[in-house]
Design a protein around this ligand. Structure first.
Ligand SMILES: Cc1cc2nc3c(=O)[nH]c(=O)nc-3n(C[C@H](O)[C@H](O)[C@H](O)COP(=O)(O)OP(=O)(O)OC[C@H]3O[C@@H](n4cnc5c(N)ncnc54)[C@H](O)[C@@H]3O)c2cc1C
Length: 365
């Protein structure tokens, strides 16, 4: 078949590669001037791998996704940790037993630890909603503390609304990890591509049956030249916003280079309660680059405004899901196009889930 893939992000590229290996002829277009979509990175003049759309760590339990991308890159075996500034202390996030020890006097910390261990056991992730339901005053205190210090103000900044106005699933997700494991992810496979994400995507696209066209926005007239279209752009835009715009949150990144070896003590530090930015990422940590200078990005959340900034996070709410469902009904009537990716499926995907969906769709034709 002749296949058109709209979008050179990790979703579209995965599908394009598998389709090409199965003997199809694939054209991949992207309106940007670079491949890799939101995973795009580049090595700056100091040799530091800068992720242009924010810090990206590949992590997964999906062996098929890991095996697939590992055909196109070697890995730096990076294990991600995040610190948050809370009450003047830099503590591990997700909140764990070490965070408790760092923030509370030792008698209170020990009591909270014992209660957590006796209620839930060791090495368990407990959503704070569940922590609130134990009927124990100390655990209620801990849940309220974490809600206020870790979640409430961060959510107000990140989403521009209170946690209770978001989908309850989002609130339910904040866990307390009853463990001394400071890692942000516990996945089996985790790393940073040694030559960067862009190089990995370029290798995926390097196949004789794949043609890549950058600076090329999708037009409906293109459809006639192809048997099947896989569209990883925004589904509402495809249908000319006829039902209204799907809302997103956006981010403004402020990149700064400092003439010093390190800026902060960790790759990512969250500021849930202070400042207008939510976090600062420092890029040399990801590949442990021994440069004399360092590059950081400050992340300022903002509303997505079409034509002015980038779509980053779909806003999870019942109303938005209903709007998305109306576009899905229209999509079902168009049998030449299949939607995919974080914009086509209006769904936050980590990279591995985007790969998984690409691999799945490539098996459907
Ligand atoms: C700040 C931030 C941090 C993240 N960190 C992580 C992380 O640490 N780990 C992780 O696993 N995931 C992370 N992610 C998620 C990751 O970025 C996504 O999983 C991934 O980018 C999804 O790829 P995609 O191909 O679906 O979408 P995209 O990367 O957005 O690719 C879609 C492409 O389609 C193109 N396009 C859209 N419309 C058109 C059109 N009409 N015509 C032509 N081209 C079009 C776009 O230009 C874009 O290049 C993060 C996301 C954000 C926002």
């Amino acid at each position: 078949m002749k296949i058109l893939v709209v979008g050179c992000g990790i979703s579209g590229t995965t599908l394009a590669r598998v389709a090409a290996e199965r003997g199809h002829t694939v054209t991949v277009i992207d309106r940007k001037d670079h491949v890799a979509g939101n995973c795009f990175d580049y090595f700056d003049e100091n040799g530091i791998d800068v992720h242009q759309y924010g810090t990206h760590i590949f992590h997964t339990d999906e062996k098929a996704a890991w095996d697939f991308v590992s055909r196109f890159t070697q890995w730096y075996p990076y294990q991600h940790e995040v610190l948050a500034l809370i009450d003047g202390q830099y503590v591990p996030i997700p909140f764990n037993l070490n965070s408790i020890q760092a923030l509370f006097p030792s008698t209170i910390a020990t009591r909270l630890e014992e209660k957590l261990l006796s209620h839930f056991g060791f090495n368990v992730k407990v959503p704070i909603l569940q922590l609130r339901q134990t009927g124990d005053g100390d655990l209620q205190f801990l849940a309220d503390y974490i809600y206020e210090k870790v979640f409430l103000h961060y959510t107000l900044k990140q989403w521009g609304m209170k946690p209770e106005d978001l989908d309850p699933a989002v609130t339910g997700r904040v866990p307390v990890y009853i463990s001394r494991d400071n890692r942000y992810f516990q996945n089996r496979y985790q790393g940073i591509p040694l030559a960067g994400y862009t190089a990995m995507i370029e290798k995926m696209l390097d196949h004789e049956a794949i043609t890549v066209k950058l600076n090329t926005p999708y037009e409906h007239s293109m459809k006639t030249d192809f048997d099947q279209v896989f569209y990883s752009g925004p589904i509402d835009e495809y249908f000319d916003y006829c039902e209204g715009e799907l809302p997103y949150r956006s981010l403004r990144f402020e990149f700064l280079t400092f003439d010093r070896p390190y800026f902060q003590r960790n790759s990512v530090i969250n500021y849930p309660c202070n400042y207008d930015f939510t976090r600062i990422g420092e890029y040399k940590y990801f590949l442990d680059t021994p440069a004399e200078k360092t590059v950081v990005s400050y992340e300022y959340p903002q509303a997505f405004v079409n034509g002015e900034n980038e779509r980053y996070y779909p806003v999870p709410s019942t109303a938005n899901q209903a709007l998305y469902a109306r576009y899905c009904e229209m999509a079902e009537r168009d049998d030449k196009v299949v939607f995919m990716g974080r914009l086509g499926d209006y769904c936050y995907y980590d990279m591995d889930k985007a790969v998984k969906r690409g691999l799945y769709l490539a098996n459907t034709f």
